[in-house]
Design a protein around this ligand. Structure first.
Ligand code: HEC
Ligand code: HEC
Ligand code: HEC
Ligand code: HEC
Ligand code: HEC
Ligand code: HEC
Ligand code: HEC
Ligand code: HEC
Ligand code: HEC
Ligand code: HEC
Length: 319
């Protein structure tokens, strides 16, 4: 079901620039003429056979696939950009020459089913130089043998919407793609308090870079807090009165993927605060139902500036 993605007020960096890909491809590795040369040579053509003619040969038997390909970013770029004038089907389907000369009794490489290392080498032959793939080697996904083609169906033209996941087919498809393997996350997304993933305002890739990062857990920023600050700037401070755990790790109190407590909290507020503040200057009688200690926002009824305060008399985060 298509969903619209609203621009977000407090979340300027949610949507990575749609244009960065266009900028970056200038710095990509040139397609390896070796592969094409061998393939086309065996197919009885010369190195200088234009891309269009090479695709024609394949189109003879794979007409639907070949004509759909011309509308993909690859197809369009191969057709329009001189750097890729000799790039063609066989750049991703090594062994295509034998495939043709054997009358299809041998199959060419299919990046969706080949050994992960071989499959990904095909894609990386052009994409490795992109800054976005600098951390792929050694990333959790690379080590686990996840293929580029599991997430990217390059034969399906995307719908062209300028949203995060427009390189995956279908708006909102990124989250669904991730959940295919990370099914345990689905429960969190259906919790009472969540980030707006279900309506497609955000997706898993808003916080994670599936291609690898220099920090932990494929997070887009160096630390959990830097990640949260990138959208929740009002919690960054600096504050006159800092609340120590906020500076340390937002995830001490919040579950980024979802929680059945309000505001993505790890626990009921009273419990959460009392896990560190057992004895206050005021004795908190959290066991009394409907008391000011537990009702409504509980401790935060009074200590409302829980992330820090800039008020001269705010050391207790009450203002
Ligand atoms: C003479 C007809 C013919 C030509 C020309 C041809 N193919 Fe094929 N191709 C086939 C047949 C038949 C299959 C097997 C389909 C099947 O098993 O479902 C196939 C399968 C494939 C597959 C799937 C392999 C897999 O793992 O399932 C790919 C990819 C492929 N061809 C790419 C190409 C490319 C690229 C070219 C051009 C360089 C090309 N083909 C030219 C007939 C052809
Ligand atoms: C950028 C890399 C790339 C290029 C270029 C490319 N393909 Fe593919 N092709 C793939 C990937 C990845 C798959 C696996 C798709 C999947 O099943 O997810 C695939 C699958 C296929 C299949 C099997 C389809 C099926 O439904 O089983 C055929 C046939 C095929 N490609 C033919 C072609 C032809 C013909 C061209 C040129 C017109 C071409 N490919 C260009 C990457 C590419
Ligand atoms: C011959 C070089 C070449 C190869 C091989 C190649 N790409 Fe690309 N790819 C490009 C170019 C050129 C673009 C155009 C957009 C850009 O400049 O980023 C592109 C764009 C993309 C995009 C963004 C646009 C879109 O299509 O949605 C994705 C995703 C992508 N490639 C994935 C792959 C995957 C996965 C493979 C391996 C199956 C692969 N590429 C193989 C050159 C290549
Ligand atoms: C786990 C899923 C997943 C895997 C595996 C994956 N990608 Fe992506 N890719 C995405 C998502 C989601 C986006 C869009 C968000 C973004 O820009 O990071 C994307 C964006 C891209 C883009 C366009 C933006 C850019 O960075 O230039 C390219 C090109 C690309 N991927 C290529 C690849 C290649 C090559 C591989 C394998 C080395 C790969 N991807 C592996 C999910 C994946
Ligand atoms: C093909 C299956 C597959 C897909 C699709 C997939 N992942 Fe993964 N992912 C894995 C495996 C396997 C691991 C490593 C084992 C683990 O930690 O569970 C992993 C690990 C991770 C980790 C933990 C990294 C770490 O350092 O511990 C994160 C975060 C992650 N994936 C996010 C994503 C996101 C976001 C997407 C969608 C863009 C996605 N994954 C899509 C299979 C997948
Ligand atoms: C708002 C940001 C955010 C979003 C959106 C998000 N994550 Fe995460 N994710 C995090 C943070 C922060 C961590 C590391 C802290 C932690 O362990 O809780 C993490 C950790 C993970 C891990 C590693 C878990 C572990 O226990 O090591 C996986 C896997 C993961 N996320 C997958 C996903 C998937 C799949 C989605 C989409 C359904 C997603 N994330 C959406 C912020 C996010
Ligand atoms: C990519 C931007 C982005 C990142 C990164 C991000 N958030 Fe959010 N966050 C949002 C948006 C958008 C909302 C929904 C705001 C709204 O509905 O007004 C939200 C809402 C929240 C809420 C309120 C939830 C509720 O039920 O009211 C909390 C708490 C929160 N985020 C904490 C975090 C924490 C902690 C991190 C870091 C792990 C984080 N966020 C990272 C964009 C982001
Ligand atoms: C000591 C526990 C604690 C820590 C640590 C913490 N928070 Fe919160 N946060 C709360 C509580 C309690 C609420 C609910 C406040 C309310 O309902 O008025 C909340 C609410 C929020 C909200 C939603 C309401 C709002 O104020 O916009 C966001 C967003 C948020 N926190 C982000 C963060 C970020 C980002 C960090 C890390 C920099 C962080 N929090 C660290 C306790 C904490
Ligand atoms: C992970 C532990 C932790 C959690 C959870 C936590 N705090 Fe704190 N809090 C601290 C620390 C550490 C200080 C600084 C204490 C100091 O400097 O002596 C502090 C300081 C305070 C202060 C300032 C008074 C003082 O003693 O300095 C108030 C008020 C406060 N917290 C309220 C709360 C409330 C309300 C919650 C629940 C929303 C909460 N805290 C959750 C660790 C925590
Ligand atoms: C009705 C308002 C109110 C509520 C509700 C409230 N507090 Fe307080 N809190 C105060 C006031 C006022 C002070 C200052 C007391 C003083 O100076 O004697 C204070 C002081 C504190 C202090 C710092 C004093 C100390 O112990 O060193 C902490 C920590 C604290 N509260 C934690 C909590 C926690 C945890 C809860 C929830 C269980 C909570 N408060 C609920 C009003 C409240």
């Amino acid at each position: 079901m298509p969903v619209s993605r609203k621009p977000l007020a407090d979340a300027g960096s949610i949507v990575p620039s749609h244009t960065h890909a266009l900028r970056e491809h200038r710095s990509m590795t040139r397609p390896r003429p070796g592969i094409i040369g061998v393939v086309l040579g065996l197919a009885g053509m010369t190195l200088l056979v234009p891309r269009a003619a090479a695709q024609e040969v394949c189109a003879g038997c794979h007409q639907e696939v070949a004509s759909a390909f011309t509308n993909t970013d690859h197809g369009r770029t191969f057709a329009a950009d001189r750097v890729y004038q000799s790039a063609s089907c066989s750049n991703c389907h090594a062994g295509a020459a034998e495939h043709i000369s054997s009358g299809a009794s041998t199959k060419p490489l299919n990046p969706a089913t080949a050994q992960a290392a071989d499959a990904n080498a095909v894609c990386l032959s052009c994409h490795e130089q992109k800054p976005t793939h600098a951390s792929w080697q050694g990333s959790a996904h690379q080590l686990a043998g996840v293929r580029c083609a599991t997430c990217h169906d390059v034969h399906v033209p995307h719908d062209g919407t300028a949203v995060t996941s427009d390189r995956l087919p279908g708006v909102g498809a990124t989250t669904e793609t991730c959940l295919q393997c990370h099914g345990a996350m689905r429960a969190a997304l259906n919790a009472r308090s969540t980030h707006p993933l279900r309506d497609g305002q955000m997706d898993c890739a808003s916080c994670h870079d599936p291609h690898g990062t220099t920090g932990e857990k494929l997070l887009r920023q160096a630390s959990v807090n830097d990640l949260c600050y990138s959208c929740h700037q009002n919690t960054r401070g600096p504050f006159l009165w800092e609340h120590a755990p906020v500076r340390e790790d937002c995830a001490t109190c919040h579950r980024p993927h979802g929680s059945n407590y309000p505001s993505l909290l790890q626990a009921r507020i009273t419990q959460l605060c009392q896990s560190c503040h057992q004895q206050g200057r005021h004795q908190t009688l959290a066991s009394l139902p409907a008391s000011v200690w537990v009702a409504n926002k509980a401790c935060v009824n009074c200590h409302s500036q829980i992330h820090g305060s800039n008020h001269p008399s705010g050391p207790l985060f009450q203002r």
